[in-house]
Design a protein around this ligand. Structure first.
Ligand code: ATP
Ligand code: MG
Length: 255
């Protein structure tokens, strides 16, 4: 059966007087893509920051393998195999692409990291064609690929991605989701935050939906796709728009 890798139970996280997460429990099994969806301000980024040790919970427990993450410093969490790609594609703009990648390998053997960085660039078409550029000169999609690859330089077992497709064209957003899917096929475990819930459901094994700091729904992607109230609340706009667009195309004879 599925082997639990990360388990957070009854987490409460506060920013001063603001409670951003209330009694949140989630579990991620080895080899799964778990999607975390929810509106702006729902608490998605707060949850990832808490799991990666950037924020500390006021209550609750977090276990990764048999490590108590709530008491582990962030850099040791990276060393234990759990990495976090924060929202907003934060590259080091004046570093080369290669040096950005090397920055991701600080917990690893620096002598072999250079070779791995070169191999990563060569194997990523979006990066290979811009290999001489500074990171700040790259497009949004190229920067997104770079920050994901930088996180992978730490050779993690599990990666947490915060809105990797945010602000990208549909084609690039699809490429990012394809990469996430491929990572899972290669054995990686993924916790994926996405506002594009429909896209996330396409590739995720299971889903948690957050609203105002609480888990409102959880289940397999297949279960939730069939749950009307979940679809209304989290897929509503997208599905309604898609249906309308489909109808229009059919009427105009282009569908
Ligand atoms: N540094 C902070 N200080 C105070 N409140 C904060 C801070 N960061 C987030 N919050 C509040 O915590 C709540 C959850 O924010 P969070 O950034 O986790 O949401 P999110 O689901 O990631 O939203 P988005 O989709 O916009 O990225 C919000 O009400 C937000 O205003
Ligand atoms: Mg966020």
């Amino acid at each position: 059966m599925s082997e639990s890798l990360l388990k957070a139970e009854n987490l409460t996280v506060r920013y001063g007087p603001v409670t951003a997460l209330h009694d949140v429990s989630i579990e991620v099994n080895k080899g799964e893509i778990v999607a975390l969806v929810g509106a702006n301000g729902a608490g998605k980024s707060t949850l990832l920051k808490t799991l990666s040790g950037l924020l500390r919970p006021a209550a609750g427990t977090i276990t990764y393998r048999d490590i108590n993450l709530a008491k582990t410093p962030a850099h040791e969490i990276v060393q234990s195999g759990l990495v976090h790609v924060p929202e907003g594609r934060q590259v080091f703009p004046r570093f080369s692409m290669r040096d950005n990648l090397l920055a991701g390998s600080f917990t690893k053997n620096f002598h072999t990291a250079g070779k791995r960085a070169d191999a990563v660039i060569a194997a990523t078409p979006l990066l290979a064609r811009r290999s001489g550029s500074l990171a700040g000169q790259l497009s949004g999609g190229e920067q997104q690929m770079l920050v994901i690859q930088r996180a992978l330089m730490a050779e993690p077992d599990m990666i947490m991605l915060d809105e990797p497709s945010m602000g990208l064209s549909p084609v690039l957003a699809d490429q990012v989701l394809e990469l996430v899917s491929k990572l899972r096929d290669d054995g990686m475990t993924v916790l994926l935050v996405e506002q594009n819930a429909l896209g996330a459901l396409e590739i995720a094994d299971r889903v948690y939906a957050l609203a105002t700091g609480e888990v409102l729904y959880s289940g397999t992607s297949a279960e939730l796709k069939d749950d009307e109230s979940f679809a209304d609340q989290f897929l509503g706009v997208v599905t309604a728009d898609a249906e309308r667009l489909g109808d229009q195309l059919a009427e105009s004879g282009d569908g």
